[in-house]
Design a protein around this ligand. Structure first.
Ligand code: AGP
Length: 618
């Protein structure tokens, strides 16, 4: 995600834009930049790093006054977070300025066409193609000086998800924007109007807003707002009054960033899949920068990670071994290099890290590389240390995760691991085309299924209330349900400061079942009955065993799984889903359960005690 602001009015545009960017910085802070319309030109400033870097630059080298401007705070997807990759991006003549949130899937082809026509690019970003395309359209027959029409023509050539905001020096009293599958709102003022990624950017100036629809182009001037679709047909967007306070607005109206990030999971999963699977169901992970031969040469995979990322790695093991037949170990990064691991050139190390800065994982990566392994990072932070020190990277696209407890980043880690495993299976021929297409179809259904789970979790919140005074909660699962049990226990520990423990269900009889006494809550993750039925039946037996000893059973099972109903004191149902992909759905109720328990117990949901978002010490 990135933060975008546009303004036309009677105030100093720079002040309004910077204030908006401050409120949007939670959406991304890799770099920041502004552009202002000044005397027939565009005055710009942009810097990598947090907004404070840009403000320092502006204090040292002020921009001229202007009442029209735009700004951007970046969460990098294409191109590391450097000054030259910071937005806004200009055309060659410096007369068009563009800021962008999203992913332009066909940017490489568009860039190639532009370069063939002699355009020289300044940056590595996908966004810059829009600057040059707008410059080419502006002033052309049928467009003239209509920047909105130029934007409509450009949008019709773009694939992917985007919010674009643009200015042209020849039209100093207007700012134009467009959106497809990415947020954009309009703020309506008196003699001034605003564009932004969300209302928090302008809530200090106006609470009157327009919700811009998908596939629409907006033009704002100080006196008016015009909205059309990409074909130029006039639209009438819905107008609404924002009654949130500024802080709530940054959280999108949620009480906590964690709740907002849980709610963002369908889009995070969809974004992580975007552009990586073609219509024929073949995977394209060229961005990984590992050659097919290098990947075919791999004879062992070691996943290294910490905490929640480690749990994603445990799930990855099942998928990797099932789809690629390559042996896969999963190691806690803090343990990896001290156990004198057997690593060589044919070892592929998968380093999973949301922040890309976790010191335990970074040290493990360095050790693995010293031993000759190839390292593929799966990270949510473009340009972070671990991706930079790895041979290759596959970025998740969860957007900045502000809450310390990882949620949407975790689900996208699972999806990224599935993509890597499938890609290896496709490459090594251990999965046939039709098998891969089947899994790909199931992956494509995950965003909607996660959304369905989110719409049906109220019983989970009620359950948290009924268990709030319990001293301990146990979690059990088999196969990929076991890492889910571990993740559920971790969430409850780190958020509600409650003792919780995850077990492999098959391990109960080897000791932990001694913990079961009347009233002990046990959360059971039940595999799909349509998958490997032996797995399902054994978990049902485990539920009977603990129920017989008085456990209070909280069963998470697939809709229609009648076998579990007689033994479930509380039943949480999930949409149908293939066994290996079920963690993407089963984890969600456990996130909600832990967040609600923390709220009920009066703890800080976003910043639990003793924890940090990124643990940069060993
Ligand atoms: C998860 O809720 C925790 N915040 C923690 O376990 C986290 O997953 C772990 O520290 C790894 O962080 P990383 O993904 O940034 O490397």
């Amino acid at each position: 995600m990135c933060g975008i602001v546009g303004y036309v009015g009677n105030k100093q545009a720079l002040d309004v834009v910077l204030e908006g960017l401050r409120r949007l910085e939670y959406r991304g802070y890799d770099s920041a930049g502004v552009a202002l319309a000044v005397d027939g030109t565009l005055a710009t400033a942009k810097r990598s790093g947090k907004l404070a870097n840009l403000e320092k630059t502006l204090a040292e080298t002020p921009l001229p006054a202007s009442t029209t401007g735009l700004g951007h705070t970046r969460w990098a997807t294409h191109g590391p977070p450097t000054d030259r990759n910071a937005h806004p991006h200009l055309d060659t003549a410096g007369r068009v300025g563009v800021v962008h949130n999203g992913i332009i899937e066909n940017f490489a082809q568009l860039r190639s066409e532009l370069e063939d026509s002699g355009v020289a690019f300044e940056s590595d970003t996908d966004t810059e193609v829009v600057s040059h395309l707008l410059a080419a359209e502006f002033g052309s027959p049928g467009v003239g000086h209509d920047l909105a029409e130029a934007m409509r023509r450009v949008c019709r050539r773009l694939e992917g998800a985007f919010t674009l905001v643009a200015m042209h020096s020849d039209v100093p009293d207007a700012v134009v924007a467009a959106r497809r599958n990415s947020p954009l709102v309009v703020g309506l003022g008196d003699g001034e109007n605003f564009l932004a990624s969300d209302v928090s950017a302008f809530i200090g100036h106006t609470r009157e807003a327009l919700e811009v629809g998908d596939g629409q182009v907006v033009e704002i001037t100080r006196d008016g707002v015009t909205v059309t679709d990409f074909a130029g047909r006039e639209c009438q967007p819905g107008r609404y009054h924002v009654d949130w306070d500024a802080s709530a607005a940054e959280k999108g109206g949620f009480d906590h960033f964690m709740l907002k990030e849980i709610a963002e999971q369908p889009k995070a999963v969809a974004d992580t899949l975007l552009g990586r699977i073609d219509e024929a169901g073949r995977l394209h992970l060229d961005e990984m920068r590992l050659s097919d031969d290098e990947l075919r040469d791999v004879d062992k995979i070691i996943v290294i990670a910490c905490g929640t990322a480690f749990h994603a790695g445990l799930v990855a093991k099942y998928a990797i071994e099932h789809w690629t037949r390559v042996p896969c170990e999963v190691e806690l990064a803090s343990e990896f290099r001290y156990r004198d691991p057997i690593v060589d050139r044919q070892t592929l190390v998968l380093a999973i890290s949301q922040s890309g800065e976790t010191m335990d994982t970074l040290m493990a990566v360095r050790h693995a590389r010293e031993q000759g392994a190839r390292v593929l990072a799966i990270s949510n932070t473009n340009g972070a240390t671990i991706p930079r020190e790895s041979d290759a990277v596959l970025y998740t696209r969860a957007g900045p995760e502000v809450a310390v407890a990882s949620t949407k980043a975790h689900l996208t880690q699972l999806v990224a691991c599935y993509l890597v495993a499938l890609y290896l299976g496709q490459l090594r021929g251990t999965k046939w085309g039709d098998e891969i297409r089947w899994v790909v179809r199931e992956l494509a259904e995950l965003p909607a299924k996660v959304e369905h789970v989110l719409q049906t979790v109220q019983p989970v919140r009620d359950l948290a209330a009924s268990l709030r005074d319990k001293g301990s909660v146990l979690f059990i699962g088999r196969h990929v349900g076991y890492p889910v049990a571990l993740e559920g226990a971790l969430k409850l520990k780190e958020l509600a400061y409650m003792h919780a423990e995850g077990f492999a269900a098959g391990e109960l009889k080897h000791g932990p079942i001694a913990l079961i006494e009347p009233g002990v809550p046990v959360v059971v993750i039940v595999p799909s009955p349509r998958g490997r039925d032996v797995l399902h039946d054994k978990v049902v037996s485990n539920i009977q065993e603990i129920r017989a000893r008085g456990a209070l059973t909280v069963v998470i099972a697939e809709e229609g799984d009648d076998a579990v109903k007689p033994y479930a004191d509380h039943l949480v149902t999930l949409p149908e889903c293939p066994t290996l992909l079920q963690p993407v759905l089963a984890t969600v109720p456990l996130q909600v359960f832990a967040a609600e328990m923390a709220r009920l117990r009066g703890f800080d949901v976003d910043q639990p005690r003793n924890l940090a978002k990124s643990v940069t010490v060993e």
